[in-house]
Write a protein that binds this ligand. Structure first.
Ligand SMILES: [Zn+2]
Ligand SMILES: [Zn+2]
Length: 254
């Protein structure tokens, strides 16, 4: 698998792009502003999209992605998400007001986009790899994902606070090579983090304690302006893992 990090920030500003991962050029995990970095050929090469949850920093570029391929794809763009996420996007995004309802446009028989419900733990095959939703605890229904290819596995938390079920699920991933995990807030913001469904460095350390192996740890979704301070707190809280900040443009080969 070749995983290109198109965006991994909690917000925009300067070089920051919001969450979007491109897997093998054909599978998109989240459609934040990072996906806007692809050229038209890159956008048209996307054959499926998986969404962790409905928040705009993870879904906001989906309408534009569908639009960029409108009429140029051989069929609809399949979008996989939790039923609650699909309901939110149908009601608030593809509702004929904020954006055309591409699930029935240009025609119900040949729409630009189709939604497919995910269930936690049930893998979806995706051109030689599998994408399996993992448990998460966020302010709205959300999942992480396990990406499994022939060269090993990568887990991505999406947005979540400390979720023991997420960390326990990682034990079942064969050859887990890397974990991309969010750490949005500082330790002093713990209450806010738990309420909003996000992780602090101390909560990250609590999660990592579940792991038996030592996969590479990549930190995502750092709050803008606090990146260095958060990473310093992670450095103090976590000692026995190789931890780095995930970077836009970074490519992981598994
Ligand atoms: Zn979120
Ligand atoms: Zn987010």
């Amino acid at each position: 698998m070749r995983i290109e990090i198109l965006g991994c920030s909690a917000t925009i500003g300067g070089n920051r792009r919001t969450t979007s991962l491109l897997v093998d050029g054909d599978t998109l995990v989240d459609a934040g502003s990072g996906v806007g970095e692809l050229d038209l050929d890159g956008l048209l090469a996307i054959r499926r999209v998986f969404l962790t949850h409905a928040h705009l920093d993870h879904s906001g570029f989906l309408p534009l992605l569908a639009d960029a391929g409108a009429g140029r794809r051989s069929g609809p763009l399949p979008v996989w998400a939790l039923p609650e996420t699909i309901a939110a996007l149908e009601q608030h995004m593809f509702n004929g007001v904020l954006w055309p309802d591409y699930t029935i446009r240009p025609s119900p028989a040949a729409p630009y986009l189709t939604f497919h419900p995910l269930r936690v733990g049930e893998p979806v095959a995706a051109d030689g790899k599998t994408v399996t939703p993992l448990p998460a605890r966020h302010s709205i229904p959300a999942v992480g994902f396990a990406l499994q290819g022939s060269g090993g596995g990568l887990a991505f938390s999406g947005d979540t606070t400390y979720c023991p079920e997420f960390w326990e699920a990682l034990k079942g991933i064969p050859e887990l090579r890397a974990v991309m995990v969010e750490t949005t807030f500082l330790n002093a913001q713990r209450q806010e983090a738990v309420l909003a469904g996000h992780t602090t460095p101390a909560l990250l350390a609590r999660g990592l304690a579940h792991l038996r192996g030592r996969p590479e740890i990549l930190i995502t979704h750092l709050e803008a302006g606090h990146e260095d301070q958060t990473l310093a707190e992670i450095g103090s809280a976590v000692s026995d893992f190789a931890v780095t900040q995930a970077r836009r443009g970074q490519i992981l080969s598994l």
